[in-house]
Write a protein that binds this ligand. Structure first.
Ligand code: ZN
Ligand code: ZN
Length: 754
């Protein structure tokens, strides 16, 4: 039997996830000799041994990788024999400029939870982790991923930990954040000017405080949380006042899967997502009542399972089945990460603050997703998702995509990867803008990124656009809805002409109007606007987003003119203060400060206000979300509409008003309205497909975060034999825009257009 050698190059999510020790153990099982090493390109393996053993090693490798690892490519090359005496793991080198992925944070694994009850030096140790789990992106400062480049550098390993760290057969071999009760970080409870460092006491006290209606600020993996009892209306309301958060729903953490099923409706896919190593917040329908102010006007709540050892330890003491766990910040500021800021800003709004002394370097919020069409739909992409890259077949090197303005993420290009930043937030907030610029600098350093080309939205006033404009590199601007469709195309690896349906709130159009209900014929380079929702004046410009009733009035005035004072319509306007009503009517009649919009978001605002579901919005997209909440998913009749190049809903509004005057319930009207939108999209796409011959349809934009719209539209388009693509791991809202911008810039550069 002959001995041969092979070189193996593996790319993907292979660093910081226990990949090298895994390779080591598998190689030893097959009696192979050689080396495994990380470099900036991925993982490199050199194996020597019997031909058949090498084959078996290669076959089994992809099936047995650590849970949080992901392989994007494996290449093998023949190699000369080096006659290695054993198999070994080589130290990291940081030579090449091509960076492989930085692992996102991984929720604590089952083996560690067991060790937490059995290993003498880690009994109830709240920072337990191993090569397969624990903090990663949140603590890393530079590559390669080694302890001295993380915020664990200040903690010297004890002899026991060092032995485990150095023992190749140990589960914690090269686990960079390895720690124990002797040598690692610890928690501190701050209450009324006193501190407590005994964990047992901290947990007991925290459970007591939560059960007795208090608010606690507690340090999480990527930032602070504010916690309270989700069944106690008084404390939930108090939290709203203190956090200055009027209506936006709060997320909860629920004890375990069994408890979750008692309180929430959970299907198989949702269970998979909840229990995945990423542990995102999943939007789920409530089965039983929580405090009414938890999720005002909605039938869903965002819920997640414990993901830090501390969470598990707390639930051991806590009698409540769940706790509110919302971002530790005031109003729209970024989530707090430093202990000092937490004590200063969260201290006054909470009854106790729990800190720990390992620093968070990269801030991440909890990620948020829902499930529809048996697929995960990420709507806030941050903890445990960022900075996993998206593969693109075009060279993206050196491209910086600035993103949009609301729910901003930016994106950088490295080789054939697009690295989307963690969720940044609303850039109009000064602290968030600082977080944006700081994160750009950190991404440059971490990924050895040198900007060569900047791409931005066409909106001249977006702060992201201004940031890109100030960069000393060539720049291109991209239309907002084209970027949405390109984001969907990039995620689905499409690089051809498609029909793009981009329905969202607001985007700057090439004609200077506010777009948002767009049908594009486009590829990654360019687009044609094939159809759109009819233009409607938007009285007061951006201000309407807080006052959905203004859009209702705009639609009614547009379709019925002075007829809206008639007996059919006038009663529907009851409750709007007379002077405000007159002011807005005056603006509409005289075309004062009333830019034109084709926005789908504004259409949903108008209908939500018309049905008196939401006339004043306290947070972004409240009116459409509450309109969706009253609808049901069953098939039903729809309203008439006209599709021409501009899709008119005059007949829809007439029919809705007739239904209202007949006393038809808001549930029925909302359901029929959702059905109508899915039908008008399908009809318009069918017409475009007939004239262009195109069969692929890409759906994107914030409106496709509406479960009913996404489900019904996908079903109907498939029924007419079109191939439908939608977003899954990349948000369809403005958080996904930067990926589209990057893909468009890469394509234009490839074509020699920039
Ligand atoms: Zn573990
Ligand atoms: Zn130790």
């Amino acid at each position: 039997m002959s001995v041969t050698a092979r070189k193996i190059e593996i790319k993907g999510l292979v660093q910081g996830v226990g990949f090298r020790p895994f390779v080591y153990r598998l190689a030893v099982e097959h009696g192979l000799k050689g080396t495994v090493e990380n470099n900036n390109r991925g993982v490199f393996i050199h194996v020597e041994g019997l031909e058949q053993e090498i084959e078996d090693f290669l076959t089994r490798l992809p099936d047995r990788i650590p849970e949080a690892a992901g392989i994007s490519s494996i290449k093998t090359f023949p190699s000369a024999l080096n006659h290695f005496k054993d198999f070994s793991i080589r130290k990291s080198r940081s030579s090449s400029d091509e960076i492989t992925e930085v692992s996102p944070d991984i929720g604590v694994c089952r083996a560690c939870l067991e060790d937490m009850k059995s290993q003498p030096h880690r009994i109830n140790y709240p920072f337990i982790n191993c090569t397969n789990c624990g903090p990663r992106f949140t603590i890393i400062k530079d590559l390669p991923y080694d302890r001295h480049q993380t915020t664990m550098a200040v903690f010297e390993m004890c002899d026991t930990c060092r032995k485990e760290y150095s023992n190749i057969l140990d589960r914690r071999f090269h686990a960079q954040p390895i720690a124990c009760n002797t040598c690692g970080p610890w928690y501190t409870l701050h209450e009324n000017g006193k501190t407590e460092e005994e964990l047992e006491n901290i947990l007991t006290r925290t459970a007591h405080l939560l059960e007795s209606g208090k608010i606690i600020a507690v340090k999480g993996l990527g930032g602070y949380h504010l916690a309270c009892n989700p069944f106690d209306e008084d404390v939930v309301n108090r939290l709203r006042l203190k956090k200055n958060r009027e209506g936006k729903p709060f997320a909860i953490m629920i004890r375990d899967m069994k408890t979750a099923k008692e309180w929430l409706e959970i299907d198989e896919e949702e269970e998979k997502l909840l229990t995945s190593w990423r542990k995102p917040i999943v939007l789920l329908t409530m089965k039983q009542d929580f405090a009414p102010s938890l999720s005002i006007g909605l039938n869903t709540v965002g819920a997640m399972l414990p993901y830090m050892p501390f969470h598990y330890l707390l639930f051991e003491k806590l009698k409540l089945p769940a706790v509110v766990l919302t971002s530790g910040n005031l109003s729209d500021e970024p989530i707090v990460i430093s202990n000092r800021t937490a004590l200063k800003t969260l201290g006054p709004v909470s009854d106790a603050v729990i800190t720990y002394n390992r620093d968070i370097h990269n801030r991440t919020d909890d990620s948020v997703a829902f499930v529809t069409g048996k697929k995960e739909r990420v709507i806030r992409r941050s903890r445990s998702y960022a900075p996993s890259p998206v593969r693109i077949d075009i060279n993206t090197e050196g491209i910086f995509a600035a993103g949009a303005e609301l729910v901003n993420c930016f994106c950088i290009g490295k080789g054939n990867q697009a690295i989307l930043s963690q969720h940044i937030g609303d850039l109009k907030n000064l602290e968030t803008l600082e977080f944006y610029t700081e994160s750009i600098e950190r991404h440059k350093r971490l990924f050895r990124f040198q900007p060569q080309l900047a791409v931005m939205d066409m909106h001249p006033d977006y702060l992201s656009t201004r940031h890109a404009l100030a960069m000393d590199v060539p720049k291109i601007s991209v239309q907002h809805h084209h970027a949405h469709i390109a984001s969907c195309m990039a995620e689905n690896q499409l690089d051809e002409k498609v029909i793009g349906v981009s329905f969202d709130g607001t985007g700057y159009g090439t004609d200077g109007n506010i777009w948002g209900g767009e049908f594009l014929v486009c590829d990654l380079n360019d687009f044609n606007r094939a159809a759109h929702l009819e233009y409607i004046p938007q009285p007061g410009g951006d201000a309407v987003t807080k006052h959905p009733w203004r859009m209702m009035l705009a639609y009614l005035y547009h379709y019925f003119g002075d007829g809206i004072t008639g007996e059919k319509v006038m009663p529907l306007l009851k409750g709007i203060p007379k002077n405000e009503l007159e002011t807005v009517l005056f603006m509409l009649k005289n075309k004062i400060n009333s830019p034109l919009t084709s926005s789908a978001g504004r259409l949903f605002d108008a209908v939500s206000a018309l049905l008196n579901i939401c006339r004043q919005a306290t947070y972004h997209a409240e009116a459409p979300m509450r309109l969706e909440a009253v609808a049901d998913h069953d098939e039903c009749a729809s309203y008439p509409f006209d599709t021409d190049n501009a899709v008119s809903l005059k007949k829809t509004f007439q029919a809705m008003i007739d239904d209202m005057n007949r006393g038809v319930s808001p549930t029925v009207i909302s359901t029929k309205f959702h059905q109508t939108v899915a039908e008008l999209i399908t009809e318009t796409v069918r017409r475009i497909s007939r004239t262009t011959g195109l069969k692929k349809v890409a759906l994107s934009g914030g409106t496709f975060q509406n479960k009913i719209i996404l489900e019904k539209t996908e079903q109907r388009l498939k029924l007419i034999n079109l191939e439908v693509y939608s977003q899954s791991s990349i948000p369809s809202n403005d958080g996904g825009i930067a990926l589209g911008q990057l893909a468009i810039a890469a394509k234009r550069r490839e074509l020699g257009l920039v």
